[in-house]
Design a protein around this ligand. Structure first.
Ligand code: IPM
Ligand code: MG
Length: 371
């Protein structure tokens, strides 16, 4: 059988340096576990703009369509801030999500024991935390029409975006969330603003119907998005799986990330619909951005990217054992007291991006020796 195809798009800012560490994990899997991928690399975001004048070349889009999974670093940076909207680095990322139809974005906020003290929240609030946020990724206000900036007859300008969801868009992401809840703690909280938005009313009605029809075994609750933001910092362990729209999911997942100690820890998986063989188009990326302020200094935390690779192994390549091995290695490295700057704590050893990569590879090697 041909090797599975993995497309790596490191992108901008700290993207290339954290991706370098993920590649070392891939090399290790190849050498030590006989797990091989056909890996291709290409450009996205500002890097693609500099080379091609667009944040994602059509040829790169075609490679993404042909790949079994895409691993993406980060896009954007001050260098490209003043570009017209249509060619901003972020448009490259949004085009990938939209054209690959990656409607379900899984963002697991998991607090490693060793980092419970590193969170800005109290230890007892976050220790043992394991929440999964399922964010709708190809609809809502990110893509809704009409959109734009227009000039009114009186000379004022008006900016317009549209929040819009159809029954099917809500049901397909809802189904992913219910299925995850079934494999986890059996609880799903659906989040919208049905008190002020019709799209939220529809969201609540459709999720309720779907639950009654297909998932009567799952304990379904509903929450307004503002309350959810508050509950995430007040008592995050009340949640198991959260399902929400594109914009609320963007905001709530950043908040949830900080519960885990650092944005540098949070991976994500974006999945499309399953085909006849049960395979889904998929893209994996750290939740953090390109962090231009620390890019190029060798101090970025590669863990979110490495954990994104682990998610790829689990969800796209049926390699749960190797995914577990990576996650356990990360946990062991943290237990051993090694820290990149973003998760530094008193009494721990502050290390660079590549030293963190070394340490994770070393732990994986040890897990092999231990059998
Ligand atoms: C994210 C990011 C993106 C988003 C940006 C870079 C377009 O914040 O993945 O959460 O808003 O979706
Ligand atoms: Mg975001």
């Amino acid at each position: 059988m041909a090797n599975p195809k993995l497309l790596i798009l490191a992108g901008d800012g700290l993207g290339p340096e954290v991706m370098r560490e993920a590649r070392r994990i891939l090399d290790w899997l190849h050498k030590r576990r006989g797990v091989s991928f056909d890996v291709e690399e290409d450009l996205v975001g500002g890097a693609a703009y500099d080379a091609h004048g667009v944040p994602l070349a059509d040829s790169t889009m075609a490679k993404a369509q042909a790949a079994d999974a895409v691993l993406l670093g980060a896009v954007g940076g001050p260098k490209w801030d003043s570009l017209p909207f249509a060619v901003k680095p972020e448009r490259g990322l949004l085009r990938l999500r939209k054209e690959l139809q990656l409607f379900a974005n899984l963002r697991p906020a998991l607090c490693f024991d060793a980092l419970a003290e590193a969170s800005t929240l109290k230890y007892e609030v976050v220790a043992g935390l394991d929440v999964m946020i399922v964010r709708e990724l190809t609809g809502g206000i990110y893509f809704g029409e009409p959109r734009g900036i227009e000039t009114l007859p009186d000379g004022q300008r008006r900016g317009i975006n549209t929040q819009v969801y159809t029954t099917e868009e809500i049901r397909r992401v809802g189904r992913v969330a219910f299925e995850l809840a079934r494999k986890r703690g059996g609880k799903l909280c659906s989040v919208e603003k049905a008190n002020v938005m019709e799209s939220g009313v529809l969201w609540r009605e459709e999720i309720t119907k779907l639950g009654a029809e297909e998932f009567p075994d799952i304990a379904l609750s509903h929450m307004y998005a503002d309350n959810c933001a508050m509950q995430l910092v007040r008592n995050p362990k009340q949640f198991d799986v959260i399902v929400t729209d594109n914009l609320f999911g963007d905001i709530l997942s950043d908040a949830a990330a900080m519960l885990t100690g650092s944005l540098g820890m949070l991976p994500s998986a974006s999945l499309g619909a399953a085909d006849a063989q049960g395979r889904r188009k998929a893209m994996y990326e750290p939740v953090h951005g390109s962090a231009p302020d620390i890019a190029g200094k060798g101090i970025a935390n590669p863990i979110a990217t490495i954990l994104s690779l682990a998610m790829a192994l689990r969800y796209s390549f049926d390699l749960s054992r190797e995914a577990d091995r990576i996650e356990k290695a990360v946990s062991a490295v943290l237990d051993g007291g090694l820290r990149t700057a973003d998760i530094m704590q008193p009494g721990k050893a502050r290390i660079s991006t590549s030293t963190m990569g070394d340490a994770i590879v070393r732990e994986m090697e040890q897990s092999l020796a231990a059998g």
